[in-house]
Design a binder for this molecule. Sequence first.
Ligand code: FE
Length: 129
Amino acid sequence: MKQIPKSEDEWKKKLTKEQYIVLREKATEMPFTGKLLHNKEKGKYICAACGSELFSSGTKFDSGTGWPSFDSANMENVELKKDFSHGMMRTEVICKKCKGHLGHLFNDGPTETGKRFCINSCSLDFRKK
Ligand code: FE
């Protein structure tokens, strides 16, 4: 299990610049740029900041949005929060353990869960099964 930094300076040293502005400052990465966008291998998606298990490959689908999308999450390790930023009412998806910003949850998913977890690729690491 990875150690969770205690200060923003420690986070800056641990994360890449892109990961820092996404995970710690809630930015959104450019669509169609993430390395895990088209990953179809079987395995677990873990938090890039703390290693917590967040999503599994069986729930991933191609939403066409340019961000990795999942129809469900490991809710033991994921927190949802109302987000009123940018004049929108959205649901923010957060890593429960390190409080890192992962992305947003929308209720327009194409599978039977009806959910679309729209997640920044750079906030995730992949652990192959
Ligand atoms: Fe985390």
